[in-house]
Design a protein around this ligand. Structure first.
Ligand SMILES: [Zn+2]
Ligand SMILES: [Zn+2]
Length: 611
C-alpha cells in the first residue's frame, strides 16, 4: 500500500519534490508521510477508501498514474514490486527466456499494434527484452559490472530497482538490419527511424534520446521503448523533452494553471523576413485563372502562427500595384496584393514595414502597401502615409497592452529621393531620439510590454554588428522588453539583456521566413534558415506586473522543389521539429533540413562574445 502510493506520486510530481519526498518516506519505512506539500496533495492519487466510494473515476486515474511511473537512478522500485498483469507478448521475439518476453497487458497490446503498423510500412520488428524482475536485474547488472566495471555498467544498464524494465512497461526492440542486437546502429536503420517517428502514436517513447545522457542518466538507446499511453507519449514526443524534463514542465504548467485566476497569459509569435523573389511569383500564379495565390507556402506553419494571440513578421516587399511598375523581385520588390492575403491567412496580425525595401516602388508604393495591409485585415508599423500622430502601434489583447515599434537602418538610399519632411515622417529610420520618444509614448499609455522590430545589421553575417548590439542595449535600457531583428537573411544569436533594471529578450536576426535565397541561388545554405519565436507573456492582474514566462524556438526551413511536370517551384515553410511528413522529402532535403535545425538552435544558444 505504502509503496504503491509512493510510486503513483512519483509520476505526477516535480523531480525535485519527488526526490526529497521519496527519500524521506523510504527512511521511515512503512510510515505514510503526512506532511506532504500542497503540490503533492493536489496531484495525489485517491486513497483506497476514497476509491471505494466512487470506484469509476478512481480506476482510470489510478491506472493513468501507474502508467506515468518514473523509474531511474534516483527513483527506484522495491524488490517485491511485480506488475500484477504481466502477459507474454504476441510479437516476434529474439530470446527464449519467458520472463523477458512479458509486459503489462495494456503495453503488450500496444506493442502488438505498433509492430503491426510497422509491418504495413514494410518493417519487421523484434522484441528482445521486456519485463525483468528485480532478481534478474541483480544478476544482469552484476554480469555487466564484472565485465566492464561499475561506472561503465551504470551508463547502459541499471542497478536492480532502478531499471524501468521492472515496471513491465518497457520493451527493447531490434530488427534484422541491426542483426537482432541492441545497438546504437538500430537508430540509423529504416526500422529505427520509423520507430522514432511513429512509436508515440501507439503510446511509446524512445526513453533515452541522443544527447540527453546528463538528464536521463543513460546513453542513447534507440531500442528502449517505454509505454506511457498514447496521450502522454504524444505529449512527450511533441515536447521534444525527455520524460524527466516533461514531468518537471508539466508540473510547472499545473502550478501555473492554479494561479490562473490572478493572471492573464497571452502568446506572441514572431518571424523574420517575408520576401517574394521573382521565382516565387511564378509559383503563386495560376495561368488558367490568371490569378495569384500564395497560401500553400504557409500551409505547414499556419497552425503555429494562427494559434498565437498575435503574430508579427517583416514584410520585405511592397504591393505597389501595376500602374507604374510591373510585379518584380530583387532588387526592387513589387508583389501582387495576394501575398498579403496569404500572410494574413497564415495567422499574422502585424507587419513590420520599415526596411530597406519599403520604398522600392516609391512613396506611392509605400502608401499603397499600407492600404493593402489594412485591407487584408492586418496592422502595420514602421511606415506611414503621412506624419502619424504616433509611430507606435498599440494593441490590447485580453487586457494586456502591447506597444509595437519598428525601425530600419537602411532604405537602400531610396529615402534620399523623399522630401526632408517625408524622410522624417513616413519611414522610421533608426534614431535615438525617436526610439526614446516612442518608448515614452508607450509608457505613458501603460504598455505592459514594448516590442521593437528592427531591420539592421549586415546581410549574410551570422554575428550581430557593434551597431546592432548598441541599439539593442539602448532599447533594453529604456524599457523595451522584446527586440526582434531582421535583415541579415541568416540567423543571428539571441540573448537576454539586463540593463538599468530592465530585462529584454533580443534576437538579432530571425533569418528568412520565406524567400528564394538558398544554396542553389546564393551558395549560402544559411539563407534557407528561419525561426518562429514563440513568447508566452503573463500579466498579474493585481499588480499589473507583466513578464515573459516562456520563450520557445521553432526553427523553420524553406523547402523548394521543382516537382515533375511543373513549370514553377513548390515552396513550403517547414517547421522542422514538428513537420510530420518527413518521409515525403528526399534524403538530400532531409539532410539539409537537419543541418538547418542544428545551426539555428546553435545560433539561438550561441555564447555571447565581446564584439
Ligand atoms: Zn531497455
Ligand atoms: Zn533587408
Amino acid at each position: 500500500m505504502y509503496k504503491r502510493n509512493c510510486i503513483y506520486l512519483l509520476g505526477v510530481m516535480t523531480l525535485a519534490v519527488v526526490m526529497t519526498a521519496c527519500a524521506e518516506s523510504a527512511n521511515k519505512e512503512g510510515a505514510m508521510n503526512t506532511e506532504q506539500t500542497g503540490t503533492v496533495q493536489q496531484n495525489r492519487v485517491p486513497t483506497e477508501a476514497e476509491c471505494k466510494e466512487k470506484a469509476d473515476d478512481c480506476h482510470s486515474e489510478a491506472a493513468d498514474s501507474a502508467l506515468q511511473i518514473l523509474v531511474n537512478k534516483t527513483h527506484s522500485l522495491g524488490k517485491d514490486e511485480v506488475p500484477p498483469d504481466l502477459v507474454t507478448v504476441d510479437v516476434p521475439t529474439v530470446l527464449d527466456n519467458p520472463e523477458v518476453n512479458q509486459m503489462k497487458e495494456e503495453a503488450a497490446q500496444a506493442l502488438k499494434e505498433l509492430f503491426g503498423e510497422a509491418e504495413k510500412s514494410g518493417m519487421k520488428l523484434y522484441a528482445r527484452s521486456g519485463y525483468r524482475s528485480y532478481r534478474t536485474q541483480v544478476a544482469l547488472f552484476q554480469g555487466y559490472m564484472d565485465k566492464h566495471g561499475e561506472e561503465a555498467a551504470n551508463r547502459f544498464s541499471a542497478k536492480a530497482g532502478q531499471s524501468e524494465h521492472q515496471t513491465g512497461l518497457v520493451m527493447d526492440i531490434t530488427s534484422d538490419s541491426a542483426s537482432l542486437q541492441l545497438s546504437e546502429q538500430f537508430g540509423e536503420t529504416d526500422e529505427g527511424r520509423w520507430v522514432s517517428e511513429n512509436a508515440h502514436k501507439h503510446g511509446f517513447i524512445i526513453r533515452y534520446p541522443k544527447g540527453k545522457e546528463a538528464i536521463t542518466g543513460y546513453i542513447y538507446e534507440p531500442w528502449h521503448l517505454r509505454y506511457l499511453g498514447v496521450d502522454l507519449a504524444t505529449k512527450v514526443y511533441e515536447s521534444g523533452l525527455t520524460f524527466e524534463e516533461y514531468l518537471v514542465e508539466s508540473q510547472k504548467a499545473k502550478s501555473d494553471d492554479s494561479e490562473q485566476g490572478s493572471h492573464t497569459n497571452i502568446t506572441l509569435a514572431a518571424a523574420g523576413d517575408i520576401m517574394f523573389h521573382k521565382e516565387q511569383l511564378k509559383s503563386g500564379y495560376d495561368p488558367v485563372t490568371k490569378s495569384y495565390d500564395f497560401k500553400e507556402f504557409f500551409e505547414e506553419v499556419k497552425p503555429i502562427i494562427s494559434a498565437a494571440d498575435i503574430a508579427i513578421a517583416n514584410f520585405e516587399t511592397t504591393t505597389g500595384g501595376t500602374e507604374t511598375y510591373e510585379y518584380m523581385g530583387y532588387p526592387r520588390f513589387n508583389s501582387p496584393d495576394e501575398v498579403l492575403d496569404s500572410i494574413q491567412d497564415a495567422g499574422f496580425d502585424v507587419m513590420a514595414t520599415a526596411n530597406n525595401h519599403s520604398l522600392d516602388t516609391g512613396k506611392k508604393g509605400l502608401i499603397r502597401t499600407l492600404e493593402k495591409i489594412k485591407g487584408s485585415g492586418m496592422d502595420s508599423v514602421g511606415t506611414y502615409a503621412k506624419r502619424p500622430g504616433t509611430r507606435v502601434l498599440m494593441k490590447e489583447i485580453k487586457g494586456v497592452k502591447l506597444a509595437f515599434l519598428s525601425y530600419t537602418e537602411s532604405t537602400n538610399g531610396l529615402a534620399n529621393a523623399l522630401s526632408s519632411e517625408d524622410r522624417d515622417s513616413i519611414i522610421n529610420i533608426i534614431d535615438e531620439q525617436k526610439i526614446k520618444e516612442d518608448i515614452q509614448y508607450a509608457k505613458d499609455r501603460q504598455a505592459d510590454v514594448i516590442i521593437a522590430f528592427v531591420h539592421w545589421g549586415n546581410e549574410y553575417e551570422r554575428k550581430p554588428t557593434r551597431e546592432q548590439v548598441k541599439w539593442a542595449q539602448l532599447m533594453a535600457e529604456e524599457g523595451v522588453g522584446i527586440i526582434l531583428g531582421s535583415h541579415p537573411h541568416v540567423i543571428q544569436r539571441s540573448e537576454q539583456l539586463k540593463l538599468n533594471g530592465n530585462s529584454a529578450f533580443v534576437v538579432y536576426s530571425m533569418g528568412n521566413f520565406i524567400s528564394n535565397q538558398r544554396t542553389e541561388t546564393l551558395d549560402n545554405e544559411y539563407t534557407e534558415d528561419g525561426i518562429i519565436i514563440h513568447f508566452e507573456i503573463r500579466k498579474n492582474n493585481e499588480t499589473n506586473e507583466t513578464k515573459i514566462v516562456k520563450v520557445k524556438y521553432i526553427p523553420t526551413w524553406v523547402y523548394r522543389n521543382l516537382d515533375q511536370g511543373q513549370q514553377a517551384f513548390t515552396y513550403r515553410i517547414l517547421p522542422i521539429e514538428s513537420y510530420a511528413d518527413k518521409n515525403r522529402l528526399s534524403e538530400d532535403d532531409k539532410r539539409r533540413m537537419q543541418r538547418s535545425y542544428k545551426d539555428t538552435i546553435a545560433q539561438m544558444n550561441a555564447p555571447v562574445y565581446a564584439n
